[in-house]
Design a protein around this ligand. Structure first.
Ligand code: 13P
Length: 262
């Protein structure tokens, strides 16, 4: 049984989550092997494990991972419409039909390389929730914004123009992921204090918008060079409820270490 000793009272309301974002990596065979090691590893079952995998990997992984292993799959994106002439896109209802529980929206790589802005992300959020998906909604600032000390107002705009278009009731289907762009894939993490500052600020924004209950119940993940060696310190911050992990989630041993870092 999970011990809640040392966990601040308000942290008890929300789930600890270790989410891996494989991005555009692994062959199907490699992905299946990786997921099987993660699913079979000795893990604290109170921690929610999510793997955000390429679309092509969803079906093969569903066939290979036992649902009892409590490893949940996420898509890394979806369109904002359910069908139509949108070549190359995947719709929220297609994911829902496949029983994919989660979708990642607003990742900085999609904001940058696919020009997804806050208005489009508001549409995607609406469509994903309407289809019955849960959303891992990403936010975070670039280095220049942090240097200009505008990181908190930048994230506030990202949330208010996208996430805050949904209702308090729907927030139970949202996980927020704070990913400072300067820490993604760079090996440089935000310091635990920097992560905590932003996570507390995000929780205060959630409280202002939706009230204390929603704020206390929403898991906020940190992403950006999380590794086995730094996860414990970051996750121990009072407003950090887990991680969204890129590179280190491609190594099963390292990712399992992260899952067990709570
Ligand atoms: P890294 O863990 O490789 O820095 O990536 C973070 C990320 O973008 C997860 O979505």
């Amino acid at each position: 049984m999970h011990s809640y000793k040392n966990i601040p009272q308000n942290k008890m309301a929300r789930k600890n989550i270790a989410a891996g974002n494989w991005k555009m990596n692994t062959s199907i065979e490699e992905g299946v092997a990786l997921a099987q090691v993660v699913a079979n590893a000795q893990r604290d079952k109170e921690t929610v494990t999510i793997l955000a995998v390429p679309f092509t990997h969803i079906y093969p992984l569903q066939k290979k991972i036992k649902s009892s292993s409590k490893v949940f799959l996420a898509a890394q994106n979806c369109h904002h419409k359910n069908s139509g002439a949108y070549t190359g896109e995947i719709s929220p209802s297609m994911l829902a039909t496949m029983k994919v529980p989660y979708v990642v929206l607003g990742h900085s790589e999609r904001r940058e390389y696919n020009h997804e802005d806050n208005a489009l992300l508001a549409l995607k959020l609406r469509a994903a929730l309407d289809a019955g998906l849960k959303v891992i909604f990403c936010c975070g600032e670039a280095l220049e914004i942090r240097k200009a000390n505008s990181h908190i107002s930048h994230v506030k705009t990202q949330l208010s123009e996208s996430l805050f278009q949904i209702s308090a009731q729907e927030m139970k289907n949202i996980i927020v992921a704070y990913e400072p762009i300067w820490a993604i894939g760079t090996g440089e993490t935000a310091s635990p204090a920097q992560a905590q500052e932003m996570h507390a600020a995000i929780r205060a924004m959630l409280q202002k918008q939706y009230g204390k209950r929603v704020a206390d119940n929403t898991s906020i993940l940190y992403g950006g060079s999380v590794k086995g060696s730094n996860a414990k310190e970051i996750f121990s911050q009072p407003d950090v409820d887990g991680g969204l992990v890129g590179g280190a989630s491609l190594n099963a041993t390292e990712f399992v270490e992260i899952i067990n870092a709570f």
